[in-house]
Design a protein around this ligand. Structure first.
Ligand SMILES: C[S@@+](CC[C@H](N)C(=O)[O-])C[C@H]1O[C@@H](n2cnc3c(N)ncnc32)[C@H](O)[C@@H]1O
Length: 463
């Protein structure tokens, strides 16, 4: 399979936009779309690009396996254990494996923003030790269970009889018979489900209560967290929202079949796991800024929150409710102040700007103040960089001398003002005493107002 990753890197290196390239080389929008989807295009088109940019073919196209760095979660949907919980904000096992290619058993990897645990899980499944921090209790739980199950399965020490029993029980039930007996089981969260979803979710929660074996209970909870959005009236499109009438037929899945397929997926992954020596894993802290790792980490592979307004807590509110982390939506507010400021809900309009002098962001914040449709945007941007500065200091302390940092990040825009997140963070990382080793642009993204934004991995070594 071909990949046009080199083209996106070349455009970024030359500071040329996709629109400019299309116009200058006379490439139609449909052909440009083929590039974005990594589909075949004619050699004549590639030649035109080479001529326009004055570059070689290898600056435009490569074979996928030459360096398949997937910056999205999508490839994980086919990967054992990684696939259990679909995390839109995650990256792929392949990306982590590429960053860990020179590592050996005994090395220690740390992800200060672990999300669904892609980094520590990839490390541990390759015999390398994985440490992680994660502030969202849902994501921490998912990572904990994935890691401990993978390790037990690799050791050949996992008992799946409990999960198999529940699978058979759920398959044998006629859920139509119990529909009428259900009330307002999830309080103000009931409105996010139709009758089938609500009955099913409540049934699964009762199974979990009844189960006495802790590891079977945890596996059932992962199933519950993984199916709760698919069987609800909600859909994840960037943020979590109600599916509209046109989307519902495809997006609202039946409880029973969805749950059984998910349990089968877990069983299959654990039954087929190759026996080998796993790495050890350890949860370090909720907030990376509370971590206290002192020069014990060989490599950090991570993707911090993107500065794009994503509310990492609200996006998992259904999971938080069904796992009994919250009881009502009002409790979500208490979580917004935790973690790195990255979404508008992390900010109150009365909140002061953090000390901008030190961050040298005055100019950017001033431009945002002039243009922003919401007064909280400049506060959010300043807050993000102030928080990230503290996180970077912790990452630096965690790394051994000569340790490596691989950092996946994208830039942003608000009200037409470009926020060069990658270069501001690059400045902070270098100031903290890490030397750049180069970067790879993974893909170009297009913001709603047409600005070209990029996702890239930046690499550093601790001097
Ligand atoms: C881009 S996601 C990482 C996804 C991860 N690479 C994966 O593959 O699943 C960023 C994560 O950072 C977490 N986070 C935000 N602030 C944090 C903090 N201060 N300490 C630890 N984790 C934090 C968010 O909850 C989110 O899960």
């Amino acid at each position: 399979m071909v990949s046009y990753l080199p083209l996106w890197e070349t455009l970024s290196r030359l500071g040329v936009s996709k629109t400019f390239l299309a116009e200058a080389a006379g490439i139609t929008p449909s052909t440009m779309a083929r590039f974005s989807r990594n589909e075949n295009v004619s050699l004549t088109t590639i030649e035109k690009i080479c001529e326009t940019l004055n570059v070689q073919i290898e600056d435009v196209v490569m074979r996928e396996n030459q360096g398949s760095l997937h910056g999205t979660f999508r490839p994980n949907k086919h990967e054992p254990v990684h696939r259990w919980y679909p995390y839109l904000e995650g990256y792929s096992r392949q990306l982590v494996e590429y960053e860990l290619r020179d590592r050996n058993p005994g090395d220690v990897v740390y992800d200060p923003f672990a999300g669904s645990g892609t980094t520590p899980l990839t490390a541990v499944m390759n015999g390398i030790d994985g440490l992680y921090s994660e502030v969202n209790p849902v994501m921490r739980f998912i990572s904990d269970v994935k890691l401990s199950c993978a390790v037990h399965a690799m050791d050949g020490d996992i008992d799946l009889s409990g999960l198999r029993r529940w699978r058979d029980r759920i398959a044998s039930i006629n859920f139509n018979d119990i529909n009428s007996h259900q009330g307002n089981a999830l309080g103000d969260f009931s409105r996010f489900f139709d009758a089938d979803g609500l009955v099913g979710i409540q049934f699964l929660r009762e199974c979990i209560d009844e189960e006495t074996d802790e590891s079977t209970k945890d596996l059932l909870k992962v199933v519950l967290a993984s199916i709760v959005v698919p069987v609800s009236l909600m859909i994840r499109r960037g943020d979590l929202r109600f599916a509209n009438a046109g989307e519902r037929d495809k997006s609202v899945l039946p409880f029973q079949d969805t749950t059984i397929s998910k349990i089968d997926e877990l069983l299959q992954d654990l039954e087929r796991m190759e026996k080998s020596e796993p790495g050890a894993f350890r949860f370090v802290s909720e907030d990376v800024r509370d971590s206290n790792l002192d020069e014990c980490v060989d490599v950090v592979v991570t993707s911090p929150p993107y500065l794009n307004g994503t509310n990492y807590f609200r996006n998992t509110k259904l999971e938080m409710r069904v796992l009994d982390i919250i009881e009502s939506e009002n409790e979500l507010g208490g979580f917004y102040q935790r973690g790195i400021t990255a979404g508008i809900n992390n900010v109150s309009s009365r909140r002061e700007y953090p000390c901008l002098d030190e961050l040298e962001l005055d100019d950017l914040v001033e431009r945002l103040q002039g243009k922003s449709y919401d007064t909280r945007i400049p506060v959010m941007v300043a807050g993000y960089f102030a928080d990230m500065k503290q996180a970077i200091d912790k990452i630096r302390s965690a790394l051994k001398p000569h340790g490596i940092l691989s950092f996946d990040i994208g830039d942003s825009q608000f009200a037409g003002v470009h926020v060069p997140t990658h270069s501001i963070l690059d400045g902070m990382i270098q100031q903290a005493g890490l030397r750049p080793l180069g970067e790879t642009v993974l893909r170009a993204r297009r913001s709603r107002n047409g600005m070209t934004l990029t996702q890239r991995v930046m690499r550093y070594v601790k001097e």
